[in-house]
Design a protein around this ligand. Structure first.
Ligand code: AMP
Ligand code: MG
Length: 347
């Protein structure tokens, strides 16, 4: 694991260095339009294992693999007609598709965490695209934060969470969407939203011309249990109170809309859900301070992007910690077996 972390603006020289690091199996954090990703060569077991170690992420949680083009993705997964239509409509962009893995795929089995599917997307960000193209390999990249915490939307957030655990952070400024991609499972007959995100269910249904299924917490189609589907996730260190109309003593208020008090942090004064999504994680981080006893959040409409915002807020507000113990990959009596062993020296 790295000792020191460098934060660098993306230039020809720093992108070349990022590629060299990725090709040597090292982690590089980079901006996407959703949140910052913690990237590794998706074809290398050792590199992918380092992601799990740096994030302290349970190893049965699969990762999203990032491609520059649909044609590159085609070599690793089976794209059906629905996947092609959606990729045509939304890629590059914040839509992740869960598809059947090809038997010939070069991707590390660790990215699938024992499933026969892979979650893939093509990010809509010039730095992410340049990096993936230059690296010449697909890049596995979950959000660049420690497991269960608030996702990073700036390079400084990544350094706060993973400083010393990642060699290089490419600083592309704040992320445009600020909320994670929508995950759509296309591995079965029914297209099912596994995680609401930056592309709305309405927009997906419009392109597909069908109503979408929606996964529940213990849906057998979900990996057991996908991090984004955990009841508690995306969580700041303070308790969160949702649907608040005003702050109680000791609370800091997150507002939404023109009626919110002038002195609170407002996700969007004009009630613009895109602006609110972009501000959400940075606002939660800004109020995650010792002098704040709790964070109260005004109601967000449950429509369009509001669904993804409310999904993250509900998980951030959950008080229990249902993360099951991480199964020991070498102990075959405990938990599911991992597809392959982690390299020596990790975890
Ligand atoms: P993050 O790690 O923050 O980028 O979140 C990635 C999300 O994608 C997690 O909720 C994963 O469980 C989910 N995911 C990745 N691969 C798969 C897969 N093959 N099937 C279902 N969900 C997946
Ligand atoms: Mg995450």
């Amino acid at each position: 694991m790295s000792e020191a972390t460098t934060i660098a603006r993306p230039t020809t020289a720093t992108l070349a260095e990022a590629c060299r690091l990725l090709r040597s199996g090292t982690l590089v954090a980079f901006p996407t339009e959703t949140v910052y990703g913690l990237g590794a060569d998706a074809t290398s077991d050792a590199a992918v294992a380092r992601i799990f170690a740096a994030k302290e992420r349970p190893r049965f949680n699969p990762l999203i693999v990032h491609f520059a083009t649909v044609a590159d993705a085609e070599a690793e997964v089976e794209l059906d007609a629905r996947a092609r239509m959606l990729a045509e409509a939304f890629w590059p962009g914040p839509l992740t598709l869960v598809l059947k893995r090809r038997p010939s795929s070069r991707l590390s089995l660790l990215v699938s965490a024992g499933l026969d599917t892979v979650a893939i997307r093509a990010p809509d960000h010039t730095v992410a695209q340049a990096l993936i193209r230059a690296a010449g390999v697909p890049i596995a990249a979950p959000s660049a934060n420690r497991f269960g915490h608030v996702s990073p939307t700036t390079a400084a957030h990544v350094a706060d969470s993973l400083g010393g655990r990642v060699e290089l952070i490419l600083d592309g400024g704040p992320c445009r969407c600020g909320i994670e991609s929508t995950i759509l499972d296309l591995s079965g007959a029914e297209a099912t939203v596994l995680r609401p995100g930056a592309v709305t269910a309405e927009a997906l249904a419009n392109v597909l011309g069908v109503t979408l299924g929606s996964a529940r917490a213990n849906d057998p189609r979900l990996p057991p249990p996908a991090p984004g589907m955990l009841r508690r996730h995306y969580a700041p260190g303070r308790p969160l109170r949702l649907n608040a109309s005003a702050a109680l003593p000791g609370e800091a208020l997150i507002g939404f809309g023109p009626e919110a008090p002038a002195d609170c942090l407002n996700l969007s004064r004009p009630s613009d859900l895109e602006e609110a999504a972009a501000n959400l994680f940075a606002t939660l981080r800004a109020l995650d301070r010792p002098e704040v006893a709790a964070i109260a959040v005004m109601p967000i409409p449950e429509q369009g992007l509001g669904r993804a915002i409310n999904d993250r807020l509900t998980r951030a507000a959950a008080t229990d910690e249902p993360v099951p113990p991480d199964p020991d990959p070498f102990d075959h009596d405990r938990g599911p077996a991992l597809p392959c062993a982690l390299p020596d020296g990790l975890e």
